[in-house]
Design a protein around this ligand. Structure first.
Ligand code: 26W
Length: 822
């Protein structure tokens, strides 16, 4: 039963119960007879962890032996959600654990909810990284993730009595975390501040300042249906010396612990900003701490191979996710030039063949730029290196475009001004082998805007596209077991086959018209809607009409994502229903509208939008005239786990960003994969979803990207009053102002963004949005055609598996190959 004397659970039920009891008694030192769900969860998770560890060890051993080229995925956020359920699923042990836990008097489903989400991310970027890790292991690719072990993840969102967002810390590590392994033997010293003195040979010595320790924590990433188990390495900051003994002895206890507090602060909290820079020194410290520790680790591993440094690109590909890890570029130059004595030009060759850069947003406010004085103070040597890179680079630009001074200043890594700023995106572009965007439209826009001069300089082949994807394990099988079972039964192939080759879903198309199949399909959706309704009742204490159409918009609150368009549309619908006679109302399509999402704590307008939604919900839900036809809910504290409830329960979901602003979107893929229909603008990956599933199955509306620039120009130079441009919307805004949903004054700043500049073009898209929703209502009334659309939508989502995306990166970018652990 015990493998090789290791206390690892075997995969039969008796061994599983035995190993759980063993962990109760030893790891937790508790007794089985008075164990609560939390304890039972911890012991069960530890038992599952033992199983994963065996695979993890074998995987790492295989990598060490066979020395394949590896990819390193550097992302400052990983939005993992819960691990336990996914681990059981990927290990193929869910049924056995269900039974084993049952034998001990517990219910596995209850234990699963004891786990806190690992919410080390804000939104799209972090969740994408989590999906990519799942796919890397599942596709048996040697990929490791690197990030920070934030003590506090994304804040918990509370809603105050007046409807506004409040933030509370997320102490996710309060209890034992069964899924992390501290590696006390893996530590690196990281320096900040101090002096950098150039030496005669073009190198420099960086000394003094503050030194802190980076300590590794490993999180195992099991693949689905394979032994391959990759690693996510998270760094924790620690003081190099516990505390200042001199001050301590002098009785100055505060000073004694100051240094240790400052070291620990680095990984204490995730910055809650999404798509907007913040410009704080601590954030730059996080970025350097993480990239320097990760590179030290990568270089140590490479050095153990005893190859010349010129071979680094044959053994390592380093993926920079957005600009947050761009410091890795000057850091690798520093290691090679200053520490390893590699000549500058050879070092630059190595660097530019090792890094790959993905951009995840075109919003100007998200483009990272660091003020030179702040940067120089924290990282004096890196500033020198960046200046040197810039000089060489601009010389080559000058050579290709002689005399074009404008171009030189446009392309410089340093933006002139007071203060001067370092353009991190440009550094990432010139320091990388290839650059890509995350959906076709986004990659096109990149080439036409941020990268334009660089395309002219390097040629087009350096710039590509990898459309995002999502893991069907978590986002179908795990969150929607009913649908997964129905698909398996219908396709008549093992689930492991279609879950790893998602194009196989196309086998469902031939049943799209089959009444029997449609009936089962509808029943699964209904069950999921009732499951969500139960959650809402348990958390908000209200009963939701689960017979109505469920309409969902869940994502970070941001003006460009236009939750405003949605809530204004809801208000318009409410007025329309109000104006009807009871007889007329009976013909309306009953709808429940769900919102969820967090706003950055400092994002005033986004927070006002939440407040408006909550207060509109209050008024609408309390109106007996319309109650049967319209309900609105704002579900607090959106998370991966909440998404796993919402995604399977939606009839439609909304992805309604101003054209050209949403780089890709990934929840659009999740909803469609679960048979929800998409209401959206012609933006990001919506476009490719439309191409795959057929435009007749998507509700597109709104202006196209090409029109946006002109429209904004018109708004600035030839503004037309909103009453004239869009009377329906003007009426909605006026009613809000007049106090229909609580004090109108409160919302004025939000309403004015629409009345005045309307940067996100609500007045331009409102009418076509309302028209699209009308089409949705009409379509929903005919359930036969609706179900057919729903089935075809799911069946044609194969392209959007993150397996396809990660294989694309592996082949076209990183040049790595699968290595199966036998
Ligand atoms: C420095 C502030 C900051 C923080 C986060 C700037 C930018 C970010 C992220 C890159 C923003 C982000 O998450 N972008 C989203 O990335 C997803 C994955 O590619 C896309 O699907 C979303 O469209 C995009 O908004």
């Amino acid at each position: 039963v015990w493998k090789d004397g290791l206390r690892a659970a075997d995969d039969d039920v008796p061994s599983i119960t035995k190993s759980i009891v063993h962990h109760v008694q030893t790891s937790l030192s508790r007794q089985a007879y008075n164990l609560d769900d939390l304890g039972a969860y911890q012991a069960t998770a530890l038992s599952a962890k033992d199983n994963m560890l065996l695979n993890w060890n074998e995987t790492q051993l295989a990598y060490t032996r066979k020395q394949p080229k590896r990819a390193y995925y550097l992302c400052i956020e990983y939005l993992m959600g819960r691990t336990f359920d996914n681990a059981l699923l990927n290990l193929g042990l869910k049924d056995q654990y269900h039974e084993g836990v049952g034998k001990l008097g517990f219910n596995l489903e209850d234990l699963l909810t004891q786990e806190r989400d690992a919410a080390l991310g804000n939104g799209g970027l972090g969740r994408l990284a989590a999906c990519y890790l799942d796919s890397s292991s599942s596709q048996e690719l040697p990929v490791w993730g690197y990030s920070l072990r934030y003590k506090y993840g994304i804040f918990q969102q509370l809603i105050a009595p007046d409807g506004s967002q409040l933030e509370a810390p997320d102490p996710w590590l309060e209890h034992l975390n069964p899924f992390e392994i501290p590696r006390y033997d893996v530590q690196y010293e990281i320096r900040f501040y101090g002096q950098a003195e150039r030496t005669a040979d073009g190198r420099a010595v960086w000394s003094g300042g503050q030194e802190v320790l980076a300590l590794a924590y490993d999180v195992m990433i099991p693949g689905y249906g394979t032994k391959n188990t990759n690693n996510l390495r998270l760094w924790e900051s620690k003081p190099k010396r516990g505390f200042d003994l001199q001050s301590f002895n002098a009785g100055d206890y505060e000073r004694a612990v100051e240094a240790s507090n400052s070291a620990e602060a680095i990984t204490s909290v995730l910055y809650p900003n999404d798509n907007t820079t913040f410009g704080k020194e601590l954030r730059l410290k996080q970025q350097y701490f993480w990239t320097a520790a990760s590179l030290a680790d990568i270089i140590r591993r490479f050095k153990s191979l005893e190859k010349p440094f010129s071979a680094l690109p044959d053994y390592a590909a380093i993926q920079l996710n957005d600009t947050h890890p761009t410091l890795a570029i000057p850091e690798l130059m520093r290691i090679l030039v200053d520490e390893e004595e590699v000549p500058w030009n050879s070092a630059w060759d190595i660097v530019t063949n090792t890094f790959f850069f993905t951009n995840h947003t075109v919003l100007p406010e998200a483009l990272e730029k660091w003020p030179v004085p702040l940067f120089e103070h924290l990282l004096p040597r890196h500033l020198q290196i960046i200046y040197d890179i810039n000089m060489t680079f601009l010389q080559s630009v000058e050579k290709k475009f002689p005399g074009d001074r404008e171009r030189l200043s446009r392309m410089s890594l340093i933006e002139e001004g007071f203060p001067k700023q370092i353009r991190m995106a440009y550094l990432a572009i010139i320091g990388s082998r290839k650059v890509n965007g995350v959906a076709e439209l986004h990659s096109q826009l990149l080439k036409a805007t941020i990268c334009k001069d660089f395309v002219e300089f390097y040629g087009i082949s350096k710039f590509g596209n990898v459309t995002n994807g999502v893991t069907p394990r978590r986002w179908l099988d795990q969150c929607n077991p009913g649908l997964s079972a129905l698909i398996t039964e219908t396709l008549k192939i093992p689930k492991s086959e279609w879950l790893k080759d998602l194009k196989k879903l196309e086998g469902l198309i031939k049943y799209a018209d089959d009444p029997q199949f449609q009936k089962k399909w509808a029943a699964v959706k209904q069950t999921n809607k009732e499951r969500l309704a139960q959650y809402v009742e348990a958390t908000l204490g209200v009963k939701v009409n689960a017979k109505a159409m469920f309409d969902v918009q869940v994502k970070r609150l941001h003006e460009y994502k236009r939750q405003t368009l949605n809530i204004f549309g809801v208000i318009h619908r409410y007025f329309t229903l109000k104006a009807m006679t009871p007889e007329e109302r009976k013909k309306a399509n009953p709808r429940v509208v769900f919102f969820a999402g967090k706003a950055a704590p400092g994002y005033y307008i986004a927070k006002l939008v939440i407040r408006l939604i909550v207060n509109v919900a209050r008024v609408v839900n309390a109106d007996p005239d319309t109650k049967d036809y319209l309900e609105v809910y704002f579900l607090p504290d959106y998370s991966v786990s909440l998404a796993e409830l919402l995604v399977p329960a939606s009839n439609i979901s909304q992805h309604i960003s101003t054209a050209g602003t949403e780089a890709s979107g990934t929840s659009n893929m999740k909803f469609c994969l679960n048979g929800g229909l998409l209401v959206g603008t012609v933006d990001g990956a919506n476009i490719e979803i439309g191409e795959e599933i057929g435009e007749e199955n998507v509700f597109f509306f709104g202006h196209l990207t090409e029109a946006v620039e002109d429209l904004r120009y018109q708004h600035t130079y030839h503004p037309v009053p909103i009453e004239q441009k869009c009377p329906a919307l003007a009426h909605v805004l006026n009613e809000i102002s007049a106090g229909k949903f609580g004090d109108g004054q409160t919302y004025e700043p939000l309403l004015n963004t629409v009345r005045h500049h309307d940067h996100y073009l609500l007045t331009e898209d409102f009418q076509s949005y309302i028209d699209a929703l009308k089409l949705v209502d009409e379509a929903y009334l005919n359930q036969t055609t609706w179900l057919k659309k729903s089935i075809i939508t799911c069946a044609k989502m194969g392209k959007f598996s993150s397996d396809r995306a990660i294989l694309d990166y592996a082949e076209e970018y990183w040049s790595i190959e699968p290595l199966k652990v036998e």
